[in-house]
Design a protein around this ligand. Structure first.
Ligand SMILES: [Zn+2]
Length: 338
């Protein structure tokens, strides 16, 4: 036994200094690469050290949070609201972004240059090719841009959580801003509730539940009146979230995309997966509410093109018209290919 320990010791000593350094660098790089701890920080700068909140499954009590506004930096996405984009030092409460996930062998989450900043995006170009070739949504839905929201929050689940101060909540639009917006519409006065205001008379706390299912479904969103102002010393700690975004250039994204199992569909020999997904979003059309503007998307996506590509599509009032137009275009693209 003793001999074996000595042998081990000797073999350890025989590792050269260079080798040790090499291993350390490798481990540090690995740690850097997965620094996030979970998926949420993957499109943020690895050294930004944002304190991400773990939105755990709730049991008896819902989560209760306050959203804390912040001053925008100079990297805010411009495309979501092109007419009135967020500028540096604007006072805002949410960072909304479009993210491609599952890119390349490492399944990276990558901010879409096109949907966020109006710049060319290799993933969107690839999706356009797939659409023109008449492929089904299910075949490229994995990499389609998804709308995500990021907030500075304070969580009141326990004293311990509250003492952490500002934390960052990264969540799908469907489970956050979308229900918040429905709650924020003030039916009595026709106005809007500025729920992220610091003042007690205007701002609201928000409660919600998180299910233990695969999707960690968030439901039961409620606004709760607040009897306290958010102190300045807390709100001053809020992060300029856009400053922490990890923006990848065209070549990097293209390289990752082509390095994946998923290659350019420009030729007939596309490796694009033809496996059928387990859940089809096409099963989710909601009762339609007819609208005058049936050929323009209320969520600022492209009518007849973006059908099913976003979380918004699920409950969209013009879903039926939009997906019919989508099908019509696809059928005509198929005809052209013959
Ligand atoms: Zn894109």
């Amino acid at each position: 036994m003793r001999d074996r320990m000595n042998q081990k010791e000797e073999s350890r000593n025989s590792i050269s200094q260079d080798k040790m350094m090499e291993q350390l660098i490798k481990r540090t790089q690995e740690s850097y690469d997965r620094k996030d701890g979970d998926a949420t920080s993957k499109y943020f700068l690895p050294d930004s050290e944002l304190p991400f909140w773990k939105c755990t499954t709730t049991k008896e009590d819902p989560h209760i949070i306050d959203i804390i506004p912040f001053y925008a930096g100079d990297r805010f996405p411009t495309e979501l609201n092109r007419r009135n984009p967020v500028l540096k030092d604007d006072y805002v409460y949410v960072l909304e972004v479009f993210v491609h996930s599952g890119i390349g062998p490492a399944k990276e989450m990558i901010l879409c240059p096109l949907k966020n900043y109006g710049k060319p995006c290799p993933v969107c170009e690839e999706i356009d090719i797939q659409i023109k070739e008449g492929r089904e949504w299910e075949e490229y839905s994995d990499i389609a841009p998804k709308r995500r929201c990021v907030y500075n929050i304070i969580c009141y689940d326990s004293d311990k959580e509250e003492k952490k101060g500002i934390q960052i909540w990264e969540v799908s639009h469907k489970y956050s801003e979308k229900p918040f917006q429905s709650l924020a519409k003030n039916p009595r006065e026709g106005g809007i509730i500025p729920f992220a205001a610091l003042q007690k008379d205007a701002g609201m706390s928000i409660s919600f539940e998180v299910a233990g299912d695969t999707y960690k479904t968030i439901s039961g969103h409620k606004f709760l009146p607040r009897n306290y102002d958010i102190p300045r010393n807390i709100s001053d700690d809020a992060y300029a979230l856009d400053q922490h975004l990890l923006l990848r250039d065209y070549d990097y994204i293209k390289e990752k995309l082509q390095g994946g199992a998923w290659r350019s569909g420009k030729t007939e020999t596309s490796n694009f997966s033809r496996e059928q997904p387990s859940d089809s979003r096409r099963q989710a059309p909601k009762p339609t509410q007819q609208d005058d503007s049936r050929d323009s998307c209320p969520c600022e996506h492209e009518f007849g093109v973006d059908a099913d590509r976003f979380d918004d599509c699920e409950n969209c009032e013009i879903y039926k018209d939009c997906s019919e137009e989508f099908d019509r275009r696809r059928a005509s693209a198929k005809l052209k290919r013959r």
